[in-house]
Ligand binder design. Structure first.
Ligand code: CU
Length: 212
């Protein structure tokens, strides 16, 4: 009698585990407090809050930013390491390895890894170059909100980064972009043909689960 009960309990527990495993990411909420980067070069301190909420197959991404350069589009993404299980961190002052006074996109890579998921009109497209990133208002503020099919994003992410899962807890969020014509050192590096003023990081925050 006792044995039968135990077997049944284990079977039920196992079924529950398998069921939970079917969803790659569990429901929950993650947050990042965004702190200014390169404010010496930009002349303003960009701050903000990003929230990622997963409910069933819906990921809702919200970013509220202020102190960004007004009236221009701001690239924003989460970055992380494409290999291994290292957690990305926001770059410190010492990340300016060529000592030109700015931490450019390439100089963030040692601490934060690579550009992963864009927060624009279609994150699951994984297209980094796009014109649907948010634009700051005349006061340098913007609110971005986008819902994404979690399964579509996970599929696209797995194609781009075969050894990785979304793993928000190991990622950081960057906001980029200063006005064209901002005086940047010639040594400021960028991504491919994209001008350095577009990708210059202006805020960064590490993502943490806010579910305790
Ligand atoms: Cu980025």
């Amino acid at each position: 009698m006792t044995r039968k009960f135990t077997t049944l309990t284990i079977t039920t527990a196992f079924a529950a585990l398998v069921g939970a495993g079917a969803a790659l990411a569990e429901d929950g909420t993650w947050q990042a407090e965004l702190s200014p980067l390169n404010s010496g070069a930009t002349g303003s301190a960009t701050t903000g809050t990003a929230t990622l909420s997963v409910s069933d197959d819906t990921l809702t991404i919200r970013v509220q930013a202020e102190g960004a350069a007004p009236d221009i589009m701001h690239l924003q993404h989460f970055h992380g390491f494409a290999e291994g299980d290292e957690a990305a961190t926001c770059p410190e002052r010492s990340a300016d390895t060529n000592d030109d006074g700015v931490i450019d996109l390439i100089e963030t890579e040692q601490a934060a890894g690579t550009t992963m998921v864009p927060f624009h009109g279609d994150p699951a497209s994984m297209e980094i170059v796009a014109d649907t990133y948010p634009t700051a208002d005349a006061d340098g503020a913007y609110t971005y909100e986008q819902t994404v099919s979690l399964s579509a994003l996970e599929e696209a992410f797995a194609d781009a980064f075969p050894d990785q899962e979304l793993d928000f807890d190991r990622r950081v969020i960057f906001i980029h972009g200063v006005p064209e014509g901002t005086q940047l050192p010639d040594t400021a590096q960028s991504l491919g043909d994209v001008p350095a003023h577009v990708t210059l990081p202006i805020a960064c925050g590490e993502i943490h689960s806010s579910d305790g």
